[in-house]
Design a protein around this ligand. Structure first.
Ligand code: AMP
Length: 397
């Protein structure tokens, strides 16, 4: 069976076609600027030249129509007809407390995704648009929702409850949910394989360091804790998000800068983090370059970034009572050689010792700890699409 994996954002649609007989990727693609003049589709069939199509696409349905056309194109398509696609897996950000697993999408599931719009206003609406566009164009196959929040639903109340009046949990479901769950799930399972142990027997700390960043502490096959919370704003310093700050700052700056709640939301989500601190960029490569060229703000931004990550490693070490491995993944985690080195510096008290020569790798599965390190340090490229395809295949069979 071939599976179409769809990740619909507000103005983009990412897709992959995966052949489940050998889990090979037949094509990857990206539709950009959906609903904005100048839309483009970039389609990369395996072993063939990439194709770029420029065509205005007013909405997600138009975007998906073009994707389906491209997939069956006799020249650069990857299937003879859409009948070869057995099911569609949809990356869905927020499933609230309803889904600890992936599910076949029906009206009831769509209602839950819709109900979660209130707490995921940026992500769930485009995810839903992607689902509805695909259902319209492919009504005869199963559509499966794979939720970013699902893996973290294994957390216990001690780690997902905030010390706020209990009624706000009952009334508004204010609690920690965590995100990037599919990535933490994938890399922690790969880490268990690399350790040669059963997943349920491992203690693992995963570091998903991308433009958005989060960490997770995993034990007994469950998430003990994760750094993102009610929203993806909590936790580590990110490209444009502040991560953990004193909540008192929010009220203070709303007053001083005359911001309403929507403006404050934008300020802490879009103007803070590495970008706000450095004044240079939200992109880690730019920050590193500026810091190497002597830019003091970029240097501070990096130090604050390392500090947050180190703080969470210590936090999770305590919560797990030690760990077997830490895992670096996502754009910065997979490629940021110096970033990984700085994070692991002076952690030998925790039994974390990096081999700086082995660490000079990018985007490969590798153990970069010294022989005598008590804790293994893995670099593992994430593969959320594969998790989505596997779950979709399992539920569609
Ligand atoms: P992601 O959100 O997972 O796509 O990750 C994007 C982030 O990865 C950006 O901040 C990039 O600057 C960062 N990144 C990509 N390549 C490198 C690299 N070679 N060194 C450091 N950071 C990198």
């Amino acid at each position: 069976m071939k599976i179409l994996v769809v990740n619909a954002g507000s103005s983009s649609i990412k897709y992959q076609v995966i052949d489940m007989t050998d889990e090979s990727v037949l094509a990857v693609g990206l539709v950009d600027r959906v609903g904005i003049p100048g839309s483009t589709l970039k389609h990369e069939p395996a072993g063939k030249e990439a194709v770029v199509i420029k065509q205005d696409l007013p909405d997600h349905t138009a975007g998906m129509e073009l994707v389906l056309e491209v997939l069956v194109n006799p020249e650069y398509g990857v299937v003879k007809s859409m009948d070869e696609i057995g099911a569609v897996g949809h990356r869905t950000v927020h499933g609230g407390e309803a889904f600890a697993q992936s599910v076949v999408i029906d009206d009831e599931v769509k209602k839950v995704i819709r109900d979660c719009i209130d707490i995921a206003p940026l992500h769930n609406p485009p995810n839903l648009m992607g689902i509805e566009a695909c259902q319209k164009l492919m009504p005869n196959v199963k559509h499966v929702g794979v939720f970013d929040t699902a893996f973290h639903q294994t957390m216990e109340p001690a780690n997902y409850m905030y010390a706020l009046p209990y009624e706000v949990y009952e009334e508004y479901r204010v609690r920690r949910y965590g995100f990037h769950g599919t990535s933490h799930y994938y890399v922690s399972h790969r880490a268990a394989d690399m350790l040669g142990k059963k997943f349920e027997d491992c203690k693992i700390i995963t570091l998903h360091l991308g433009n958005g960043a989060s960490m997770a502490a995993i034990k007994d096959g469950k998430v003990v804790d994760t750094s993102m919370g009610f929203t993806p704003l909590e936790g580590l310093v990110m490209g444009t998000r502040s991560g953990d700050i004193d909540p008192g700052i929010v009220f203070y700056l709303m007053d001083k800068l005359g911001m309403n709640p929507a403006e404050a939301n934008n300020y802490f989500n879009k103007k803070s983090g590495l970008l706000g601190l450095s004044g240079v960029s939200n992109d880690m490569r730019d920050i590193e370059e500026a810091a190497n060229n002597g830019n003091a703000r970029a240097q501070i931004a990096l130090e604050v970034y390392y500090n947050h990550v180190k703080g969470y490693i210590g936090n999770y070490f305590a919560k797990l009572n030690g760990c077997d491995c830490i895992v670096f993944t996502a754009g910065v985690g997979e490629n940021g050689i110096d970033i990984r080195r700085h994070i692991c510096e002076d952690l030998d008290a925790l039994g974390i010792k990096m081999d700086v020569e082995k660490n000079k790798v990018r985007g490969k599965e590798v153990d970069v700890a010294t022989e005598d390190s008590r804790v293994r340090i893995f670099v593992i490229p994430t593969n959320e699409e594969l998790v989505i395809a596997r779950d979709t295949y399992r539920l569609a069979k």
